[in-house]
Design a protein around this ligand. Structure first.
Ligand code: AHG
Ligand code: MN
Ligand code: MN
Length: 280
């Protein structure tokens, strides 16, 4: 696991350099979710693949930018799913972006996750790594330094509602509005890494990405977006559900499968459960 932790750190430093210096033209290709890839998406994917190719404990990798999982080392035991550059369309407006990693043992799947990590590229580069506990690191003078352990409070005051409001179910809109009516404040950048990072570091709140008629299973992908953050929130004393049950109990059929998701502290997740339970 130490080797993986180091490879992620090396990747993060290289990705930060790529973000800073490269122009971000679109490529001619689409990824498996039908999104046109930026050259930067592809470049970040290659950086991570290269770093993991040096780590013999990594058996297989799966990436948002690769259609299929890819074998690295037959003798390895870890299966790593990653989103090389989450929120990449925000780079050209200079908002924060991130990389997300789900580390699974034996095979991909929520039940096999043993660690999760994300990196935020903002005014500063930070890394959050969760195994038994959730730990925050800051990139300083070329190295990641431990800052503190992260714990969520019982209740927060931030609300990050994802998706297109026009397509929300009426009960979902009522749920989101109920938090605003209670004094919660809107914090939504369109990048799940900084949005979820903010909620984690400010003590709590709710991030939601519902299902809609056009996207009944939401937008965010289980293996490299939803499960890693679900793991991190749970290890920080928060919760992560799909409206009804725990995200970390969900199966997946394909590496690019998506799930409806809610991440938050206890108080907010209880409310979501109450509202969604009434929908049958
Ligand atoms: P990606 O750039 O890797 O495709 O992911 C973007 C994701 C996520 O970061 C964010 O929370 C969500 O898309 C935003 O979607 P909406 O614009 O539909 O709210
Ligand atoms: Mn993403
Ligand atoms: Mn991405």
């Amino acid at each position: 696991m130490r080797d993986i932790f180091n490879a992620i750190q090396k990747s993060a430093i290289r990705i930060k350099e790529a973000i800073d210096v490269k122009d971000i033209g679109y490529s001619q290709q689409e990824n498996s979710s039908g999104e046109t890839q930026l050259q930067l998406d592809i470049q970040c994917d290659m950086i991570i693949e290269e770093e993991f190719s040096n780590v013999t404990s990594v058996h297989t990798i799966a990436s948002e930018e690769k259609e299929h999982a890819q074998l690295m080392h037959n003798e390895g035991k870890y299966f790593i799913a990653y989103d090389p550059l989450d929120g990449s369309s925000l780079v050209d407006v200079n908002l924060s972006v991130g990389s997300i990693f789900g580390i699974y043992e034996g095979d991909f799947g929520s039940q096999n996750m043993v660690a999760a990590c994300y990196v935020v590229y903002g005014p500063r580069v930070e890394m959050v790594f969760a195994e038994n506990k959730t730990k925050l690191y800051l990139l300083q003078a070329g190295a990641f330094e431990f800052v503190k352990e992260i714990r969520l409070k019982e209740k927060g005051n931030l609300n990050a509602p994802g998706g297109t409001q026009q397509h929300w179910a009426p009960y979902h809109k009522e749920l989101v509005d109920s938090f605003f009516a209670e004094g919660y404040r809107l914090r939504y950048s369109g990048g799940m890494v900084p949005d979820l990072h903010q909620i984690l570091l400010k003590g709590g709140g709710l991030f939601s990405y519902p299902g809609t008629l056009d996207k009944p299973n939401g937008k965010l992908r289980k293996l490299f977006e939803v499960f890693p953050f679900a793991f991190i929130y749970e290890k920080s004393g928060g919760r992560a559900i799909d409206g009804k049950g725990d995200l970390m109990k969900l199966p997946h059929a394909n590496i690019h499968d998506t799930a409806i998701c809610f991440f938050g502290s206890n108080y907010e997740i209880e409310r979501v459960k109450e509202v969604y339970a009434q929908q049958g």
